[in-house]
Design a protein around this ligand. Sequence first.
Ligand SMILES: O=C1C[C@@](O)(C(=O)O)C[C@@H](O)[C@@H]1O
Length: 254
Amino acid sequence: MRLQAPNPIKLRSKLLGGEKPLICVPLASVDEVSILTEIDEVINMKPDVIEWRADYFESILDVSKVKNILEIIRSKNESIPIIFTCRSHDEGGYRNIDDETRLKLFTDVVDTGFIDVMDVELAFGNERIEKIKSLAIQKDVKLILSYHSFTDTPSENFIVEKIKEQIKNGADISKIAVMPKDQGDVLKLLNATYRARKEISNPIIGISMGPIGSITRLTAFVFGSDMTFAAGVNASAPGQLPIEVMRKYIDTII
Ligand SMILES: O=C1C[C@@](O)(C(=O)O)C[C@@H](O)[C@@H]1O
């Protein structure tokens, strides 16, 4: 009933781009003690995918602590794929970390072998993306290239072109998250996802954020979006709905 990705991607026990959209729950704690409880609680919610939004973590600059948390998440579960995200401040990241530090962090994290997917903004730049990509291929880590706007929704054509550019620049998975100013902007995101789905074989993630956009978290998969983000213990973006609500809805219609 939904438009699936012609080339779905196997992530551990899950298929991204298959018959069912995957539900990803973020970990977004600031300190080490909270993240340890958050990991257990989120795993118990049985999400399809876990995203660690490491830009929230207060010790993000201490690579050994970052690796330690990743090792804990991995050791507590074998089957749920892990996405590592340290979002840039320009695209909604919690902390402002300079580009070179982030690049070193990304390559160190890919190298650990603890993650399945790395999320990097397309705006991070071709050269840096290539460095991450070549290491990611060696480590069998998939790359999300993403675009976020927390202030507006660009035109449909802009979004479709952005998705194509992400794929051209090495994305295994393309992601767009934008903020609507009105209902028309929500339709723009859905239509751009639908149009991109007709042209792109890779998995795509299309999200309209905030209260007006939250219906896309429940419906964009019909139009070709392959993953949706739900709130677990914490929400990592406006408009995320609780995982129980999302699961019930998706399981009811698919
Ligand atoms: O890019 C995204 C999508 C998101 O911003 C959302 O709107 O659900 C949540 C983020 O954690 C994730 O990295």
